[in-house]
Design a protein around this ligand. Structure first.
Ligand SMILES: Cc1cc2nc3c(=O)[nH]c(=O)nc-3n(C[C@H](O)[C@H](O)[C@H](O)COP(=O)(O)OP(=O)(O)OC[C@H]3O[C@@H](n4cnc5c(N)ncnc54)[C@H](O)[C@@H]3O)c2cc1C
Length: 423
Protein backbone atom coordinates (compact mmCIF):
# COMPACT_ATOMS: atom_id res chain seq x y z
CA UNK A 1 0.00 0.00 0.00
CA UNK A 2 1.48 3.41 -0.86
CA UNK A 3 0.62 6.63 0.93
CA UNK A 4 0.04 10.06 -0.61
CA UNK A 5 3.29 12.04 -0.49
CA UNK A 6 1.49 14.78 1.45
CA UNK A 7 0.72 12.43 4.37
CA UNK A 8 1.89 13.83 7.72
CA UNK A 9 5.24 12.35 8.69
CA UNK A 10 5.89 10.67 12.03
CA UNK A 11 9.28 9.48 13.25
CA UNK A 12 9.37 6.78 15.88
CA UNK A 13 12.74 6.25 17.48
CA UNK A 14 13.05 2.78 18.98
CA UNK A 15 11.61 -0.39 17.48
CA UNK A 16 10.64 -2.16 20.69
CA UNK A 17 7.02 -2.99 21.47
CA UNK A 18 6.21 0.63 22.50
CA UNK A 19 7.52 2.04 19.22
CA UNK A 20 6.04 -0.69 17.03
CA UNK A 21 2.52 -0.45 18.48
CA UNK A 22 2.68 3.34 18.10
CA UNK A 23 3.79 2.85 14.49
CA UNK A 24 0.82 0.55 13.86
CA UNK A 25 -1.68 3.02 15.37
CA UNK A 26 -0.28 5.97 13.41
CA UNK A 27 -0.01 4.11 10.12
CA UNK A 28 -3.65 2.99 10.46
CA UNK A 29 -4.60 6.63 10.77
CA UNK A 30 -2.85 7.42 7.51
CA UNK A 31 0.45 8.87 8.67
CA UNK A 32 3.71 8.15 6.88
CA UNK A 33 5.65 6.44 9.65
CA UNK A 34 9.37 5.72 9.86
CA UNK A 35 10.71 3.59 12.71
CA UNK A 36 14.37 4.27 13.44
CA UNK A 37 16.44 1.78 15.42
CA UNK A 38 20.14 1.46 16.06
CA UNK A 39 20.07 -2.34 15.78
CA UNK A 40 20.04 -4.41 12.55
CA UNK A 41 16.55 -5.71 13.51
CA UNK A 42 13.75 -4.44 15.74
CA UNK A 43 12.20 -6.02 18.83
CA UNK A 44 15.34 -7.65 20.24
CA UNK A 45 14.33 -7.29 23.89
CA UNK A 46 10.81 -8.47 22.98
CA UNK A 47 12.43 -11.57 21.48
CA UNK A 48 14.47 -12.04 24.65
CA UNK A 49 11.27 -11.79 26.71
CA UNK A 50 9.97 -14.56 24.45
CA UNK A 51 12.60 -16.92 25.81
CA UNK A 52 10.64 -16.99 29.04
CA UNK A 53 7.39 -17.64 27.17
CA UNK A 54 6.53 -13.95 26.50
CA UNK A 55 4.37 -13.10 29.48
CA UNK A 56 2.26 -10.48 27.69
CA UNK A 57 -0.05 -9.39 30.47
CA UNK A 58 -1.97 -10.69 33.50
CA UNK A 59 -5.54 -11.91 33.90
CA UNK A 60 -6.16 -10.67 37.45
CA UNK A 61 -8.94 -8.24 38.30
CA UNK A 62 -8.29 -4.82 36.74
CA UNK A 63 -8.43 -2.97 40.06
CA UNK A 64 -5.71 -5.23 41.42
CA UNK A 65 -3.79 -5.12 38.15
CA UNK A 66 -3.31 -1.35 38.20
CA UNK A 67 -2.02 -1.35 41.79
CA UNK A 68 1.12 -3.10 40.46
CA UNK A 69 2.33 0.24 39.14
CA UNK A 70 2.53 1.68 42.69
CA UNK A 71 3.16 5.46 42.56
CA UNK A 72 2.65 5.52 38.78
CA UNK A 73 -0.86 4.02 39.06
CA UNK A 74 -2.73 7.36 38.85
CA UNK A 75 -1.05 8.33 35.57
CA UNK A 76 -0.97 4.87 34.01
CA UNK A 77 -4.52 3.88 34.99
CA UNK A 78 -6.30 5.94 32.27
CA UNK A 79 -3.79 4.79 29.64
CA UNK A 80 -4.25 1.13 30.57
CA UNK A 81 -8.03 1.62 30.75
CA UNK A 82 -7.77 2.75 27.12
CA UNK A 83 -5.75 -0.37 26.18
CA UNK A 84 -6.57 -3.07 28.70
CA UNK A 85 -5.13 -6.56 29.14
CA UNK A 86 -8.09 -7.92 27.14
CA UNK A 87 -7.26 -5.50 24.29
CA UNK A 88 -3.66 -6.69 24.26
CA UNK A 89 -4.86 -10.29 24.07
CA UNK A 90 -7.29 -9.43 21.27
CA UNK A 91 -4.53 -7.62 19.38
CA UNK A 92 -2.24 -10.66 19.74
CA UNK A 93 -5.02 -12.98 18.60
CA UNK A 94 -5.68 -10.65 15.65
CA UNK A 95 -2.14 -11.43 14.54
CA UNK A 96 -2.96 -15.13 14.55
CA UNK A 97 -1.38 -15.89 17.92
CA UNK A 98 -3.90 -17.30 20.39
CA UNK A 99 -3.23 -16.58 24.06
CA UNK A 100 -3.79 -18.58 27.24
CA UNK A 101 -3.85 -17.91 30.97
CA UNK A 102 -1.23 -19.86 32.90
CA UNK A 103 -1.80 -21.31 36.37
CA UNK A 104 -0.42 -18.14 37.98
CA UNK A 105 -2.90 -15.96 36.05
CA UNK A 106 -0.16 -14.74 33.69
CA UNK A 107 -1.08 -14.48 30.01
CA UNK A 108 1.13 -15.92 27.26
CA UNK A 109 0.82 -16.55 23.53
CA UNK A 110 0.13 -20.26 22.96
CA UNK A 111 3.34 -20.51 20.95
CA UNK A 112 5.08 -19.54 24.23
CA UNK A 113 7.62 -17.42 22.35
CA UNK A 114 7.83 -14.07 20.59
CA UNK A 115 9.10 -14.92 17.12
CA UNK A 116 5.81 -15.88 15.35
CA UNK A 117 4.04 -12.86 16.83
CA UNK A 118 6.82 -10.46 15.89
CA UNK A 119 6.99 -11.90 12.37
CA UNK A 120 3.25 -11.45 11.82
CA UNK A 121 3.41 -7.97 13.34
CA UNK A 122 6.25 -6.83 11.05
CA UNK A 123 4.37 -8.16 8.03
CA UNK A 124 1.35 -6.14 9.11
CA UNK A 125 3.47 -3.02 9.57
CA UNK A 126 4.97 -3.46 6.12
CA UNK A 127 1.44 -3.80 4.71
CA UNK A 128 0.67 -0.51 6.41
CA UNK A 129 3.69 1.05 4.61
CA UNK A 130 5.68 1.61 7.80
CA UNK A 131 9.29 2.32 6.82
CA UNK A 132 12.17 0.92 8.85
CA UNK A 133 15.46 2.79 9.11
CA UNK A 134 17.65 0.24 10.87
CA UNK A 135 21.22 0.73 12.03
CA UNK A 136 20.29 4.36 12.62
CA UNK A 137 21.54 5.57 16.00
CA UNK A 138 19.77 8.63 17.29
CA UNK A 139 22.13 11.43 18.37
CA UNK A 140 19.64 14.11 19.42
CA UNK A 141 18.49 17.26 17.62
CA UNK A 142 20.45 19.78 15.53
CA UNK A 143 20.22 23.56 15.89
CA UNK A 144 17.20 23.65 13.54
CA UNK A 145 15.33 21.10 15.64
CA UNK A 146 15.81 18.23 13.14
CA UNK A 147 16.40 14.70 14.45
CA UNK A 148 19.99 13.58 13.89
CA UNK A 149 21.01 9.96 13.31
CA UNK A 150 24.23 8.20 12.43
CA UNK A 151 23.65 5.43 9.89
CA UNK A 152 25.54 2.17 9.39
CA UNK A 153 28.10 3.89 7.15
CA UNK A 154 28.77 6.51 9.83
CA UNK A 155 26.96 9.16 7.77
CA UNK A 156 24.79 11.77 9.45
CA UNK A 157 21.10 11.60 8.53
CA UNK A 158 18.69 14.35 9.55
CA UNK A 159 14.91 14.55 9.33
CA UNK A 160 12.24 16.97 10.53
CA UNK A 161 8.98 15.04 10.89
CA UNK A 162 5.62 16.55 11.89
CA UNK A 163 5.73 14.56 15.13
CA UNK A 164 8.20 12.30 16.93
CA UNK A 165 7.72 9.47 19.39
CA UNK A 166 10.71 8.55 21.53
CA UNK A 167 10.47 4.87 22.49
CA UNK A 168 14.09 4.14 23.30
CA UNK A 169 13.53 1.75 26.22
CA UNK A 170 15.36 1.59 29.55
CA UNK A 171 18.98 0.58 30.05
CA UNK A 172 18.93 -3.11 30.96
CA UNK A 173 20.52 -5.67 28.64
CA UNK A 174 22.26 -2.92 26.60
CA UNK A 175 23.48 -5.40 24.00
CA UNK A 176 19.85 -5.67 22.84
CA UNK A 177 19.91 -1.98 21.86
CA UNK A 178 18.58 0.04 24.79
CA UNK A 179 21.42 1.63 26.71
CA UNK A 180 19.87 4.78 28.16
CA UNK A 181 22.11 7.06 26.04
CA UNK A 182 19.02 9.21 25.47
CA UNK A 183 19.22 10.51 29.05
CA UNK A 184 21.87 13.15 28.33
CA UNK A 185 20.10 14.19 25.10
CA UNK A 186 16.89 14.98 26.97
CA UNK A 187 18.73 16.57 29.89
CA UNK A 188 20.48 18.78 27.33
CA UNK A 189 17.02 20.09 26.41
CA UNK A 190 16.30 20.98 30.05
CA UNK A 191 14.14 17.90 30.60
CA UNK A 192 14.45 16.26 34.02
CA UNK A 193 15.15 12.52 34.01
CA UNK A 194 14.80 10.42 37.17
CA UNK A 195 18.01 8.35 37.59
CA UNK A 196 17.80 4.98 35.82
CA UNK A 197 17.94 2.16 38.36
CA UNK A 198 17.67 -1.62 38.11
CA UNK A 199 14.22 -3.17 38.61
CA UNK A 200 13.38 -6.88 38.80
CA UNK A 201 16.99 -7.76 39.43
CA UNK A 202 19.22 -9.90 41.60
CA UNK A 203 21.12 -8.85 44.71
CA UNK A 204 24.62 -9.28 46.01
CA UNK A 205 25.35 -11.32 49.08
CA UNK A 206 28.81 -12.38 50.29
CA UNK A 207 28.58 -16.19 50.09
CA UNK A 208 31.38 -18.34 51.44
CA UNK A 209 33.77 -20.00 48.98
CA UNK A 210 32.06 -23.37 49.65
CA UNK A 211 28.68 -21.97 48.73
CA UNK A 212 30.01 -20.28 45.59
CA UNK A 213 31.96 -23.24 44.29
CA UNK A 214 29.34 -25.91 45.04
CA UNK A 215 26.05 -24.17 44.40
CA UNK A 216 26.44 -21.37 41.83
CA UNK A 217 23.51 -21.61 39.39
CA UNK A 218 21.52 -24.00 41.63
CA UNK A 219 17.86 -23.25 42.36
CA UNK A 220 16.27 -23.14 45.82
CA UNK A 221 12.88 -24.60 44.88
CA UNK A 222 9.51 -24.30 46.65
CA UNK A 223 10.78 -21.69 49.08
CA UNK A 224 9.26 -18.45 50.36
CA UNK A 225 10.99 -15.12 50.79
CA UNK A 226 9.81 -12.42 53.15
CA UNK A 227 10.66 -8.76 53.46
CA UNK A 228 8.88 -5.90 55.20
CA UNK A 229 5.84 -8.07 55.93
CA UNK A 230 5.41 -9.30 52.33
CA UNK A 231 5.93 -13.02 51.65
CA UNK A 232 6.42 -14.45 48.17
CA UNK A 233 6.50 -18.16 47.36
CA UNK A 234 8.56 -19.38 44.43
CA UNK A 235 12.11 -20.05 43.44
CA UNK A 236 15.48 -18.33 43.87
CA UNK A 237 18.80 -19.04 42.19
CA UNK A 238 22.20 -18.87 43.85
CA UNK A 239 24.72 -16.82 41.84
CA UNK A 240 28.47 -16.46 42.44
CA UNK A 241 27.93 -13.24 44.33
CA UNK A 242 24.30 -13.30 45.38
CA UNK A 243 20.79 -14.38 44.63
CA UNK A 244 18.25 -13.87 41.81
CA UNK A 245 15.08 -15.46 40.37
CA UNK A 246 11.32 -14.96 40.40
CA UNK A 247 10.70 -14.73 44.15
CA UNK A 248 13.62 -12.28 44.53
CA UNK A 249 12.39 -10.08 41.66
CA UNK A 250 8.94 -9.91 43.25
CA UNK A 251 10.45 -8.24 46.32
CA UNK A 252 13.18 -6.38 44.46
CA UNK A 253 11.61 -2.93 44.56
CA UNK A 254 11.34 -2.76 48.34
CA UNK A 255 14.70 -4.53 48.82
CA UNK A 256 16.42 -2.05 46.48
CA UNK A 257 14.84 0.92 48.22
CA UNK A 258 15.87 -0.43 51.64
CA UNK A 259 19.47 -0.94 50.47
CA UNK A 260 19.52 2.60 49.09
CA UNK A 261 18.27 3.89 52.46
CA UNK A 262 20.35 1.84 54.86
CA UNK A 263 23.11 0.04 52.94
CA UNK A 264 21.76 -3.50 53.34
CA UNK A 265 18.48 -5.43 53.64
CA UNK A 266 17.67 -8.57 55.61
CA UNK A 267 15.69 -11.03 53.51
CA UNK A 268 14.09 -13.98 55.32
CA UNK A 269 14.16 -17.32 53.54
CA UNK A 270 11.65 -20.03 54.49
CA UNK A 271 13.05 -23.37 53.36
CA UNK A 272 9.82 -25.25 54.19
CA UNK A 273 6.89 -22.88 53.55
CA UNK A 274 4.56 -25.88 53.20
CA UNK A 275 5.16 -26.91 56.86
CA UNK A 276 3.97 -24.96 59.90
CA UNK A 277 6.50 -24.13 62.59
CA UNK A 278 4.84 -26.69 64.90
CA UNK A 279 4.89 -29.46 62.32
CA UNK A 280 8.53 -28.78 61.54
CA UNK A 281 9.44 -28.67 65.23
CA UNK A 282 7.75 -32.06 65.74
CA UNK A 283 9.79 -33.57 62.93
CA UNK A 284 12.99 -32.10 64.38
CA UNK A 285 12.16 -33.54 67.80
CA UNK A 286 12.59 -37.12 66.54
CA UNK A 287 15.67 -38.90 67.92
CA UNK A 288 18.78 -38.28 65.81
CA UNK A 289 20.09 -41.80 66.33
CA UNK A 290 23.70 -40.85 65.63
CA UNK A 291 22.92 -39.27 62.25
CA UNK A 292 25.12 -36.38 61.12
CA UNK A 293 23.44 -32.97 61.22
CA UNK A 294 23.15 -32.95 57.41
CA UNK A 295 21.57 -36.41 57.24
CA UNK A 296 19.17 -35.50 60.03
CA UNK A 297 18.15 -32.22 58.31
CA UNK A 298 17.70 -34.03 55.01
CA UNK A 299 15.60 -36.84 56.48
CA UNK A 300 13.65 -35.06 59.23
CA UNK A 301 13.16 -31.64 57.64
CA UNK A 302 13.37 -32.70 53.98
CA UNK A 303 16.03 -30.11 53.18
CA UNK A 304 18.12 -30.32 50.01
CA UNK A 305 21.94 -30.08 50.18
CA UNK A 306 21.59 -26.48 48.95
CA UNK A 307 18.97 -25.72 51.63
CA UNK A 308 21.30 -27.11 54.31
CA UNK A 309 24.28 -25.13 52.96
CA UNK A 310 22.20 -21.93 52.95
CA UNK A 311 21.16 -22.62 56.53
CA UNK A 312 24.79 -23.06 57.55
CA UNK A 313 25.79 -19.81 55.81
CA UNK A 314 23.59 -17.90 58.23
CA UNK A 315 24.37 -20.00 61.33
CA UNK A 316 27.61 -22.02 61.19
CA UNK A 317 26.67 -23.39 64.65
CA UNK A 318 23.19 -24.76 64.03
CA UNK A 319 20.88 -24.72 67.06
CA UNK A 320 20.32 -28.17 68.57
CA UNK A 321 17.05 -27.34 70.24
CA UNK A 322 14.17 -28.35 67.87
CA UNK A 323 12.13 -25.17 68.22
CA UNK A 324 15.10 -22.84 67.57
CA UNK A 325 16.16 -25.00 64.60
CA UNK A 326 12.64 -24.98 63.18
CA UNK A 327 12.47 -21.18 63.55
CA UNK A 328 15.76 -20.82 61.68
CA UNK A 329 14.67 -23.12 58.83
CA UNK A 330 11.51 -21.02 58.44
CA UNK A 331 13.35 -17.68 58.53
CA UNK A 332 16.96 -17.98 57.37
CA UNK A 333 18.32 -14.43 57.45
CA UNK A 334 20.14 -13.40 54.27
CA UNK A 335 21.81 -9.99 54.39
CA UNK A 336 21.73 -8.43 50.94
CA UNK A 337 24.45 -5.84 50.47
CA UNK A 338 23.72 -4.41 47.04
CA UNK A 339 21.75 -4.70 43.80
CA UNK A 340 23.01 -6.40 40.67
CA UNK A 341 23.84 -3.92 37.92
CA UNK A 342 21.22 -2.26 35.73
CA UNK A 343 22.74 -4.03 32.72
CA UNK A 344 21.66 -7.41 34.14
CA UNK A 345 18.20 -6.34 35.33
CA UNK A 346 14.93 -7.39 33.67
CA UNK A 347 13.71 -3.79 33.59
CA UNK A 348 14.56 -0.21 34.43
CA UNK A 349 13.11 2.11 37.05
CA UNK A 350 13.42 5.87 36.62
CA UNK A 351 13.26 7.73 33.32
CA UNK A 352 11.23 10.64 31.99
CA UNK A 353 8.92 11.78 34.82
CA UNK A 354 5.25 12.26 34.01
CA UNK A 355 5.55 15.83 35.29
CA UNK A 356 7.55 16.60 32.10
CA UNK A 357 4.65 15.34 29.95
CA UNK A 358 1.10 16.38 29.26
CA UNK A 359 -1.77 13.87 29.42
CA UNK A 360 -0.93 12.78 25.83
CA UNK A 361 2.66 11.90 26.84
CA UNK A 362 3.97 14.96 24.92
CA UNK A 363 7.01 16.71 26.37
CA UNK A 364 5.78 20.04 27.70
CA UNK A 365 9.07 21.67 26.69
CA UNK A 366 9.09 20.14 23.20
CA UNK A 367 5.68 20.27 21.51
CA UNK A 368 5.35 17.49 18.94
CA UNK A 369 7.74 15.12 20.79
CA UNK A 370 6.12 12.24 22.69
CA UNK A 371 7.58 9.57 24.97
CA UNK A 372 6.43 5.93 25.39
CA UNK A 373 7.42 2.62 26.94
CA UNK A 374 10.08 1.79 29.46
CA UNK A 375 11.89 5.13 29.13
CA UNK A 376 9.05 6.66 31.15
CA UNK A 377 9.41 6.84 34.93
CA UNK A 378 7.36 3.85 36.08
CA UNK A 379 8.22 0.38 37.24
CA UNK A 380 6.31 -2.82 37.88
CA UNK A 381 7.01 -6.40 38.88
CA UNK A 382 7.31 -9.21 36.36
CA UNK A 383 3.99 -10.89 35.50
CA UNK A 384 3.14 -9.15 32.21
CA UNK A 385 2.83 -5.69 33.77
CA UNK A 386 5.89 -4.40 31.92
CA UNK A 387 4.66 -5.22 28.44
CA UNK A 388 1.08 -4.15 29.23
CA UNK A 389 2.20 -0.64 30.23
CA UNK A 390 4.68 -0.54 27.36
CA UNK A 391 1.89 -1.23 24.84
CA UNK A 392 -0.60 1.09 26.57
CA UNK A 393 1.85 4.01 26.62
CA UNK A 394 2.77 3.36 22.96
CA UNK A 395 -0.90 3.59 22.04
CA UNK A 396 -1.37 6.69 24.22
CA UNK A 397 1.58 8.47 22.59
CA UNK A 398 0.22 7.62 19.12
CA UNK A 399 -3.18 9.03 20.08
CA UNK A 400 -1.33 12.10 21.37
CA UNK A 401 0.34 12.54 17.97
CA UNK A 402 -3.04 12.29 16.23
CA UNK A 403 -4.58 14.87 18.52
CA UNK A 404 -1.52 17.16 18.10
CA UNK A 405 -1.79 16.91 14.31
CA UNK A 406 -5.61 17.09 14.46
CA UNK A 407 -6.00 13.78 12.64
CA UNK A 408 -8.97 11.48 13.38
CA UNK A 409 -8.03 8.37 15.32
CA UNK A 410 -8.63 5.13 13.36
CA UNK A 411 -9.00 2.74 16.30
CA UNK A 412 -6.65 -0.25 16.32
CA UNK A 413 -8.32 -3.21 14.69
CA UNK A 414 -6.87 -6.45 13.49
CA UNK A 415 -7.72 -5.56 9.90
CA UNK A 416 -4.78 -3.82 8.24
CA UNK A 417 -6.96 -2.76 5.33
CA UNK A 418 -8.77 -0.27 7.57
CA UNK A 419 -6.38 2.57 6.88
CA UNK A 420 -7.34 6.21 6.61
CA UNK A 421 -5.62 8.15 3.84
CA UNK A 422 -4.85 11.87 4.02
CA UNK A 423 -4.78 13.41 0.56
C1 LIG B 1 15.32 -11.09 29.84
C2 LIG B 1 14.06 -10.26 29.80
C3 LIG B 1 12.83 -10.89 29.86
C4 LIG B 1 11.65 -10.13 29.87
N1 LIG B 1 10.45 -10.76 29.93
C5 LIG B 1 9.31 -10.04 29.99
C6 LIG B 1 8.04 -10.67 30.04
O1 LIG B 1 7.93 -11.89 29.95
N2 LIG B 1 6.94 -9.89 30.19
C7 LIG B 1 7.02 -8.52 30.26
O2 LIG B 1 5.98 -7.85 30.44
N3 LIG B 1 8.20 -7.89 30.10
C8 LIG B 1 9.34 -8.61 29.98
N4 LIG B 1 10.54 -7.97 29.85
C9 LIG B 1 10.56 -6.50 29.76
C10 LIG B 1 10.13 -6.01 28.36
O3 LIG B 1 10.84 -6.72 27.37
C11 LIG B 1 10.40 -4.50 28.24
O4 LIG B 1 9.68 -3.85 29.28
C12 LIG B 1 9.97 -3.96 26.88
O5 LIG B 1 10.74 -4.53 25.84
C13 LIG B 1 10.13 -2.43 26.83
O6 LIG B 1 9.73 -2.01 25.57
P1 LIG B 1 10.21 -0.62 24.94
O7 LIG B 1 9.63 -0.59 23.58
O8 LIG B 1 9.88 0.47 25.88
O9 LIG B 1 11.80 -0.71 24.90
P2 LIG B 1 12.78 -1.75 24.19
O10 LIG B 1 12.11 -3.05 23.97
O11 LIG B 1 14.00 -1.73 25.01
O12 LIG B 1 13.04 -1.10 22.76
C14 LIG B 1 13.76 0.11 22.63
C15 LIG B 1 14.39 0.16 21.26
O13 LIG B 1 15.07 1.42 21.13
C16 LIG B 1 16.28 1.21 20.41
N5 LIG B 1 17.22 2.28 20.77
C17 LIG B 1 17.69 2.58 22.00
N6 LIG B 1 18.52 3.64 21.92
C18 LIG B 1 18.58 4.00 20.61
C19 LIG B 1 19.24 5.05 19.90
N7 LIG B 1 20.05 5.94 20.50
N8 LIG B 1 19.05 5.15 18.56
C20 LIG B 1 18.23 4.27 17.92
N9 LIG B 1 17.57 3.26 18.55
C21 LIG B 1 17.74 3.14 19.88
C22 LIG B 1 16.75 -0.16 20.86
O14 LIG B 1 17.61 -0.74 19.90
C23 LIG B 1 15.43 -0.92 21.01
O15 LIG B 1 15.11 -1.63 19.83
C24 LIG B 1 11.72 -8.71 29.81
C25 LIG B 1 12.97 -8.08 29.70
C26 LIG B 1 14.14 -8.84 29.71
C27 LIG B 1 15.47 -8.14 29.60
Amino acid sequence: MSLPSSSPQAAIIGGGPAGLIAAEALARSGLAVTVYDRMPSVGRKFMMAGRGGLNLTHSEDFERFVTRYAEAEPVLRPLIEAFRPKDLRAWCEGLGEATFVGSSGRVFPKAFKASPLLRAWLTRLEDLSVRFALRHTWQGWDAEGALVFTDAAGQTVTTKPDATILALGGASWPRLGSDGSWVSMLQGKGIAVAPLRPANMGFTLPWSEVMRSRFEGEPLKRIALAFEGVTVKGEAIITADGIEGGAVYALSRSLRNAIERQGSAKLLLDLRPDLSLDALEKRLSLPRKGQSASTFLRKAAGLSPLGIATLRESAPQLPVEPEALARLIKAVPLTLTGTKSLGRAISTAGGVPFSELDEHLMLRRMPGVFVAGEMLDWEAPTGGYLLQATFATGIAAAKGVLSFLKIPDAALTSNPSSVTRHP
